[in-house]
Structures are given as C-alpha cells and as structure tokens.
Design a protein around this ligand. Structure first.
Ligand SMILES: [Zn+2]
Length: 318
C-alpha cells in the first residue's frame, strides 16, 4: 500500500512550488486535490483519472496506439472499429495541419504531446462510469479534457462512447485537442470562456465577451466535417444570425444550432474567405494575448456581415 502510494506521489505534479514532501519519509496526513483546472493554495493538481488509473484500467482494459501521440483505451471495440477510428483521427490531424500550415509546432508551454481517447462500450456504460473515473458530467456526447498543458507530465484525454458502431463525436473532440495545442495558448480557464462547468470548473467571474466559443466549436465542426455538414448548410439560407453576432456566442446564449451549426458556418466563412483575418487572430491567440484578440474582433465590427450573408446563399442547400 505504502509503496504504491509513494509511486503515485512520485508522479504528482506539484501545483505549487512551495509544496514539498519531506524526504518522502512522512506521508502527508491529508492531501487536498484541486478540482478541475483551478488549483488553490495548498492543493495538489492530480486529476482523478491519474489517481484512479488502476480502477479505470479495469473497465477500459484494452489499448491500441494509432500513432506515437495518439492512443485508444477502450472497453470493447472490434478490430474494424479500432482501425476506422485511427484512420479518421490521422486523416483529421493531417487536414488540420494543412489548413493552418502549423508546421507541427505547438504553442509555447504546451506539453500535451499525447492524446488518449477513452472509449466506453455504450452510452449506458459512459453514464455508469465516466463521472467516477474522470470527474466529468455524463450528460453529454463526449468531452475533451485538456488539463493543465503547461505542466511537464501533462497528457490530454478525451472521453467518449460507441454509438451506431462508431466512436461518437470522435473527430469533433479530437479537433479540440489540436486547436488547444496549436492555436490557443494556455489551458481552457486561461482563455476566453464563460463556462464554469466541468471538466475545468473555471473560477468565476468570467471575462467579458467576445469569447472564443464561436471559434472552438465552429472549428471542431469544420475540420471534422469539411464541406459535408448538411445540418448546418440547410440552415444557411435562413440567415438567422449576422456574423458579428456569432462572434459573441456564449454559454448564456447557447443553443445547439447557434453554437455548432452557425459556429461551423461562421468559422468556415472566416477560414475560406477571410484567411488573413484568421491568421491575424491566431497570431494573438497562439501567444495567449486574448485582450488583443478581443480588440481585433471588436474592430471587425459588422464589416463582414454582408459578405457572410452573400456567402450563405452560395453554400446553402435545401
Ligand atoms: Zn465541442
């Protein structure tokens, strides 16, 4: 017991440099673990899935490496499901790097070299285990857990489940990883958000808008689906939102249509028609200069609204 305890402590990522374990001789009587991404004084950042590794492995008892940086850990998958999932992810990764010409260079201080997809056998299994294993809510179709990427031993995880013979939302969640590693400096709470729910449980209050939700969810849909996103393209002709409104997407005005479908349309328009502006924006977000990102978006104002409306007519499908 003691041995394994110390082994775990050996991998503890010290959240606070003053925190030390005296010569490893004395076990601290009580360790306070940080909840989500917020590490308060005296707390240790050691995510639940690291603490519970053995327990999680009992359920997710199979592993497969798609690539050096990309692993699957799963409850039950067929060989075809494993092969298809790896192919989908590797294709997505290639497309991402092409679109952003990233040269495979991550943002500074990002140590999430590896991503592990944790796949439950069904939605029922997901609901049964995921909160216990990963400290995340189960009322969703999968989640990306970036953790604190500046910490040396950091590794990104995502949690998902099989539905209709494939890993549900596999691609979408994977793009969050790529976007976080190559486009957005810092962890989720360090960026622009107004969500305070799990898995990050960022401290309130939120910064002021504009946030990055239009982009993060939009780019996940865009890279995952390319130009084949019928659900979004069928909405295009309605012109429900101006582009300048979509930049202000938030948790407060959240709807599936607005955040995912219209986020897709906004992001696709920006990447395909306003690539220079996207480059300018990413220059700031890659450095974590979020105030300049916000100034930039504000300076765009409604200048692209008409162009966006015309473009919607071009891409709209019935
Ligand atoms: Zn998402």
């Amino acid at each position: 017991m003691k041995k394994s305890y110390l082994a775990i402590i050996g991998t503890v990522i010290l959240a606070n440099s003053q925190l030390t374990f005296a010569d490893n001789e004395q076990e601290p009587t009580e360790i306070k673990y940080a909840v989500g991404n917020v590490v308060r004084e005296g707390e240790v950042y050691l995510p639940k899935w690291v603490r519970n590794e053995a327990q999680v492995n009992q359920v997710l008892s199979h592993t497969h490496a798609c690539a050096d940086n990309l692993n699957l850990r799963y409850q039950q998958m067929t060989e075809t499901q494993v092969t298809d999932s790896c192919k989908l992810l590797l294709d997505t990764e290639e497309r991402f790097h092409q679109i952003f010409d990233s040269q495979n260079t991550p943002v500074l201080h990002d140590n999430n070299r590896q991503l592990r997809a944790n796949v439950y056998a069904s939605r029922d299994d997901y609901v049964k285990y995921v909160t216990d294993h990963f400290d995340v809510p189960s009322d969703n179709g999968g989640m990306y857990l970036e953790g604190l990427p500046h910490l040396e031993n950091s590794r990104a995880e995502y949690v998902a489940y099989l539905r209709n013979n494939k890993v549900w939302n596999l691609n979408h969640e994977f793009v969050h990883y790529l976007d976080g590693r190559f486009n957005l400096y810092g962890d989720y709470c360090a960026g622009l958000h107004d969500g305070h729910a799990g898995p990050e449980y960022c401290a309130k209050p939120a910064p002021q808008p504009p946030y990055l939700i239009w982009w993060t969810e939009g780019v996940a849909e865009y890279i995952a689906h390319g130009d084949k996103n019928e659900k979004a393209l069928k909405l295009a002709a309605d012109k429900t939102y101006k582009l300048s409104e979509l930049f202000y997407n938030s948790v407060a005005n959240w709807s599936t249509e607005r955040v995912y479908r219209w986020g897709y349309l906004a992001t696709r328009y920006m990447i395909e028609e306003q690539h220079e502006k996207v480059d300018e924006m990413l220059f700031f977000t890659r450095q974590g200069d979020y105030p300049r990102y916000q100034s930039l978006v504000k300076s765009w104002g409604s200048s692209m609204d008409e162009g966006f409306a015309r473009w919607l007519d071009e891409v709209a499908v019935n």
